[in-house]
Design a protein around this ligand. Structure first.
Ligand code: NDP
Ligand code: OXD
Length: 308
């Protein structure tokens, strides 16, 4: 059976995606946007209104990553369309590595020793056990759940927070706005793995970040829109927070003039906590197409009303 697949990679190079989908989806005729082909399926990132108009009739629209917020400008015109995102496909391991690296740096005082090196100071601080470090993971979905499990498995004391109650082995979990204050107060390292939705935009602002224990570290691997940058910088300058490791920003690339670039207590990475892997993602899309055609349910369907 022949299947037409239309690919739009958010204006970036769609070649690796077209090649991977052509290899993985059986009988696929793959076209890169712009194309007049009427697609059975689409695989897209940050589609423009013109792309959405071309793919609205597809049996399913697959997103080329885990996040959904890039659909915000066209969300209304996607209602009624089956939208399916990538779940893990090699991203969970990368997220775990990023969170573990930042948590180890906090535990081992890496940034403090960096400051001391620049000042030529030879000062030793006491050792800390992993169990004495409390890590709070915001978002316990496919990626956040994997991060929480891995950090708990490594010996940290981990708590997790989500919208609805979730059970994660070895992790003390809580849910909902009412539990947020207590969750933050017990999170010495705060790892953000939430989606960006109207409910999470601006969630990390002075009043919430100030609830973290003094000396806490923020690790944002999710979306920059969660953080009010001015409030974060103020809390770092005041010494309430000791460090922020930021992979994502409200505007990307991070603008040249941003105070985050040169801040001594901020580590900036260019949205690389987890990269989508075309080969593994295309294999997952192929599997989901087979399930759709067999009339079976697929996981990863986006709830357009909730925005994730
Ligand atoms: P999932 O949809 O699987 O999980 C989302 C989690 O967030 C769920 O536990 C959900 O709660 C929780 N959540 C959503 N809204 C709220 C809320 N208002 N309050 C509390 N909890 C909430 O997503 P993934 O784990 O696959 O991905 C998470 C995010 O990671 C993506 O949306 C993306 O922004 C980011 N990402 C970043 C990358 C990078 O390189 N920096 C790479 C890939 C993804 P519930 O369980 O109740 O539904
Ligand atoms: C994603 C991302 O959402 O790369 O997949 O941020």
């Amino acid at each position: 059976m022949t299947r037409t697949v239309l690919v739009y990679a958010g204006g970036g190079d769609s070649t690796p995606w077209c090649e991977a989908l052509a290899r993985e989806v059986s009988g696929a005729r793959v076209f890169a946007w712009p194309s007049d082909a009427a697609p059975d399926y689409a695989a897209v990132w940050a589609p423009t209104p013109a792309v959405v108009a071309a793919i609205r009739g597809a049996r399913a629209v697959f997103l080329l990553g885990a996040g959904v917020d890039h659909l915000a400008p066209v969300m209304a015109s996607l209602h009624g369309v089956r939208v399916v995102r990538i779940e893990d496909a090699g991203m969970a391991d990368q997220m775990v590595e990023y969170a573990l690296l930042a948590t180890l740096q906090h535990q081992r005082g890496w940034h403090r020793y960096g400051e001391q090196q620049r000042a030529g100071q030879w000062v030793r601080h006491g050792a800390r056990s992993r169990a004495s470090v409390t890590v709070g993971v915001m978002g316990l979905g496919v990626l956040g759940g994997a991060v929480a499990r891995a950090l708990a498995g490594f010996g940290y004391t981990v708590r997790g927070w989500s919208r609805r109650p979730r059970a994660v082995g070895g992790v003390a979990t809580s849910a909902g706005e009412g539990a947020l204050g207590e969750f933050l107060a017990g999170s010495e390292v705060l790892v953000d793995v939430l989606p960006l939705t109207p409910a999470t935009e601006g969630l990390l602002r002075r009043e919430t970040l100030a609830l973290l224990p003094r000396g806490a570290t923020l690790v944002n691997m999710a979306r920059g829109g969660h953080v009010v940058d001015g409030d974060l910088v103020a809390l770092l300058d005041e010494g309430h927070l000791s460090h922020a490791t930021l992979d994502v920003f409200g505007a990307e690339p991070l603008p040249e003039g941003s105070p985050l670039w040169g801040h001594p207590k901020v580590t900036v990475t260019p949205h690389v906590a987890a990269l989508s892997l075309p080969e593994r993602s295309a294999a997952q899309i192929a599997e989901k197409i087979a399930r759709i055609e067999a009339g079976e349910a697929v996981t990863g369907e986006v709830d357009l009303d909730a925005g994730y």
